[in-house]
Design a protein around this ligand. Structure first.
Ligand SMILES: [Zn+2]
Length: 322
């Protein structure tokens, strides 16, 4: 792995000075790590699933990238994509901001839902997109989370949700945003009553109203390494308590040490970890057949894969994700 990415870039483009090298590296070739500042080849960075090879920081993914890294190739089928916010208050410039975010992400809001398979196990997969207005939860985001749960109940499928939000509730929708906390929590309760597995994967960052509602109600809580996870920001907590928080405060690792997270799992291992958990939690409550069962993968009807099937699925996934 390249700890000396900038040196490699300089030699590749043969600059005569450091200043020239910065000017001569073509756009899109280099990516700067948001954590350690190392300059990386974008191609290597993306091949490493956007995890910095130097410091291990897990950078934010778009919803599409998350689906591609998590679900079996070709298994994703998006649901409720047409739902859009209507600016009900109405808030100045909100429609323009929404239009800009739609153009930037290709999604209609900060949460996307679909049917998918993970190692051949059918699930309802929900993915928050931080790139859409910082993953804030307005009425559409909350509605889609609730519908993901309802879809799981209707189809007798487990629900897997990846969370990502900076500030939690979307300010432009005021109280309607806050209501989503109750709505998504009630939907999670119905999913639990239906005895269907609900797995949450918290990614950088998972804060405020999202953490205080559906993100904290899973049967299992996983998190990516180093993800910022908390309710109020560290600075606000420091001001309110008049105490300096510990160095690793509100990291995924700190939350695991304090019982909020069950396991911190590197991005590359998440699909296999999810498949293993889904198999263990399945126990007869899952759908009798996969939605789109690949011929090469067996499914015993109880949500449990045989070991050989899982092994073959692992190699298939590695091929699919390069
Ligand atoms: Zn780094």
């Amino acid at each position: 792995m390249p700890p000396d990415g900038w040196t490699r870039l300089k030699s590749k483009f043969a600059p005569s000075s450091a200043a020239q090298s910065a000017a001569q590296v073509p756009d899109g070739v280099a990516t700067k790590c948001a954590k350690c500042g190392e300059i990386l080849f974008t191609k290597d960075f993306e091949k490493n699933l956007k995890v910095c090879p130097v410091c291990g920081f897990h950078h934010k993914l778009t919803a599409e990238e998350r689906v591609a890294f998590t679900a079996d190739e070709g298994s994703w089928s998006e649901l409720f994509a047409e739902i859009r916010s209507t600016n009900p208050l109405p808030f100045p410039d909100y429609e323009a901001k929404l239009a800009k975010a739609v153009g930037a992400t290709g999604g209609n809001d900060s949460f996307r839902v679909g049917l998918a398979q993970i190692f051949g196990i059918p699930v309802v997969l929900g993915v928050a997109d931080f790139h859409f207005m910082a993953g804030s939860m307005g009425s559409v985001h909350g509605e889609k989370v609730a519908r993901a749960m309802e879809e799981g109940i209707a189809r007798r499928l487990p629900v897997v949700i990846f969370t990502a939000t900076g500030g939690g509730a979307r300010m432009q929708e005021g109280l309607l945003s806050l209501m989503q906390m109750a709505k998504t929590s009630a939907a999670a309760a119905r999913l639990a009553e239906a005895r269907l597995p609900y797995i949450v994967v918290m990614t950088d960052s998972t804060m405020a109203g999202v953490l205080a509602s559906y993100a904290s109600l899973g049967d299992v809580h996983l998190a990516e390494p180093g993800a910022l996870i908390g309710f109020a920001g560290a600075r606000v907590v420091a001001q309110a308590t008049v105490q300096k928080p510990p160095e690793d405060y509100q990291t995924a690792e700190w939350q695991m040490a304090h019982g909020h997270i069950d396991s911190v799992v590197p991005r590359r291992d998440l699909p296999q970890t999810l498949a293993t958990l889904l198999s263990l939690l399945g126990g007869g409550c899952l759908a009798p057949v996969p939605v789109h069962a690949p011929a090469s993968q067996s499914y015993n009807g109880n949500g449990a894969h045989s070991a050989p099937a899982l092994v073959s699925a692992v190699s298939g996934l590695e091929d699919a994700h390069g």
